[in-house]
Ligand binder design. Structure first.
Ligand SMILES: NC(=O)c1ccc[n+]([C@@H]2O[C@H](COP(=O)([O-])OP(=O)(O)OC[C@H]3O[C@@H](n4cnc5c(N)ncnc54)[C@H](O)[C@@H]3O)[C@@H](O)[C@H]2O)c1
Length: 312
């Protein structure tokens, strides 16, 4: 049985990936410090995975985690853009140095393939749409700089040491288990939670900002395909469909029966106006085409939020 490592496997996306890998017959090891993840997210596979509570900043933890693994999915990160603004050094220690430490351990352990969870944030405010992998990157936050630095380290390890790597630039991921408790978490988790509590959503600016929302099961599929492929480089993981925030609220209001009108707040400095992925690289080179329509993803997510009390 092939052993694979998922860093950040107790998180929102990581726990869905772990469930899928177990279903596919892999022996799965998780390295997570539970700073934003929760062991409860892994309840469905408890007893069938190896869970290491540890830190990607700790060389010993990382070496222990990669030992005997053929493939690594690297998702552990400080994921809040705001936290990286408040603590650029602490977050760089995780997002940048932690990634480097993982690559170093992977190389030494003879890992075959590393797939990294990067972000569309690396594109920053480049106005060209859709965002293509060969567009210039204009990171506008420590988070984006740190993701970009890790992408570069992956490609350097490929060139220098022959470690096969791919970086997936996730657009806006949504689905069950996304934590709505921070104002910087996914807008869909926040809107759904407010709609279910019959509260008006808070919208920064006019609500004309657009995002490319991709359902978590599709992101898991992209991760799997990237790990099986030998294609190297960076790949967008989005749907190619642009949805504005007001339309998103209208859909959620209709699904939940919430009659509240949005409350508008001043625009957030640095907020990207429009974002949508070009998805032909991932389709052509990884064979990845998203399968879950936006409305279907919303319904599945809503069903989960109805069952789970907010924050659980
Ligand atoms: N959710 C999105 O829309 C989105 C978009 C782009 C990129 N990403 C990236 O995808 C990955 C997963 O994000 P998520 O949304 O599931 O967030 P998440 O916070 O649920 O998952 C991150 C996981 O990493 C763990 N972690 C954090 N620091 C760690 C450390 N020092 N050592 C070990 N584990 C640590 C956390 O406990 C958590 O379980 C992240 O790398 C994130 O940057 C997410």
């Amino acid at each position: 049985m092939e052993t694979v490592l998922v860093t950040g496997g107790a998180g929102f996306i990581g726990s869905h990936l772990v469930e899928r890998l177990v279903a596919e017959g892999f022996a799965v090891r998780v390295l997570d410090d539970l700073s934003s993840g929760r062991v409860e997210h892994l309840a469905a596979v408890r007893g069938r995975i190896e869970f290491l509570e540890g830190d990607i900043r700790d060389g010993d933890d990382v070496r222990r985690a990669v030992a005997g693994c053929t493939r690594v999915f690297h998702l552990a990160a400080v994921v809040s853009v705001q936290k990286t603004v408040e603590d650029p050094l602490g977050s760089a220690a995780v997002n940048e140095m932690g990634s480097l430490s993982l690559l170093e351990a992977a190389r030494a352990a003879g890992v075959r393939r590393v797939v990294f969870a990067s972000s569309s944030a690396v594109y920053g405010d480049d106005p060209r749409l859709p965002k293509r992998e060969d567009h210039a990157v204009r990171p506008r936050s420590p988070y984006a700089v740190q993701k970009l630095a890790a992408e570069h380290y992956l490609s350097v390890y490929e060139g220098l040491f022959g470690l096969s790597t791919a970086s997936l630039r996730f657009f806006n991921v949504f689905g069950p288990r996304q934590d709505p408790s921070s104002p910087y978490s996914g807008v869909i988790s926040i809107f759904l939670t407010r709609a279910l509590a019959d509260e008006a959503p808070l919208i920064y600016g006019d609500g004309g900002q657009t995002r490319d929302f991709i359902y978590v099961a599709d992101v898991v599929e992209a991760l799997l395909r990237a790990s099986r492929s030998t294609e190297v480089g960076v790949f967008n993981v989005g749907t190619g469909r642009e949805v504005d925030i007001l339309t998103l609220w209208r859909e959620i209001a209709a699904l939940t029966g919430c009659g509240r009108s949005p409350r508008h707040l001043p625009p957030r400095p640095g907020d990207i106006r429009r974002s949508v992925a070009a998805i032909d690289e991932a389709a052509g080179r990884l064979g990845f085409v998203p399968q879950v329509p936006f409305e279907e993803g919303l319904s599945r997510t809503l069903a989960w939020y109805r069952r789970a009390p907010a924050g659980s």
